[in-house]
Design a protein around this ligand. Sequence first.
Ligand code: ZN
Ligand code: ZN
Length: 243
Amino acid sequence: MNNKWSTLRRVRDNFSAFFDQSFECELCLEPTNSKIGVCQSCLARLPFPEYTCSRCSEATSTPGICGKCQKQPPSFDYSVCSLNYEHPIQYWIQRCKDRRDHKQIARLANIMTMAAPMLIEEPDIVTCIPTTHQRRIIRGFNLSEELAGHCAKYLGLPFYPQLLKKTRSADKRRRSARERNEQPSGLTFRNTSSAPNLEGRRVLIIDDVMTTGSTLEEAARILKHHGAISVGGWSLARTPKPR
Ligand SMILES: [Zn+2]
Ligand SMILES: [Zn+2]
């Protein structure tokens, strides 16, 4: 009797674990076999943006380039964001950052490639927005780099995760006001022997969350200074414009 009960319990436990992992929509709990863990109808309700400026990717009321970018174009040639930084994306990103969960990372990457945008300039190479060495050690990974790896594979393009370097946040205090002004995000070009020649290349930069666009602006300025002819950004999510 005992044996029978323990077998039943084991089957039930295994069954529920299997069910949770593969066949239950995380948002509505309806059965689904979707690779990204949410069913078709919840997927359609994810916060995909409507009209956005093709240059800065801020929300606009009509398609095209916003007035701000027409007056003062940014250094990057285009930017696209797959989703708005709202529930449940916000929570999923945070969960990914708290611990390196490959399933979660793959889910976010799948959503990104599933909603792959038309890129304005066909890129030649893919890179990512780096994190500081310190943060990378604490977290064990950089979400932008993980997403960029997936996107590069999807696009069939070479991936150079280390084109750019982010200096330690502690260094910020030691940097002069002029340096801080010139490099607000602490990004620099990583001059290594394995760095590709950027002369005439079109670079696509992947990021997890785009906020003001100042990091992409700085990255584009640096990469163009090193020869890139076009730089564009593709982010998983975009934070809403401050009101
Ligand atoms: Zn659902
Ligand atoms: Zn714009």
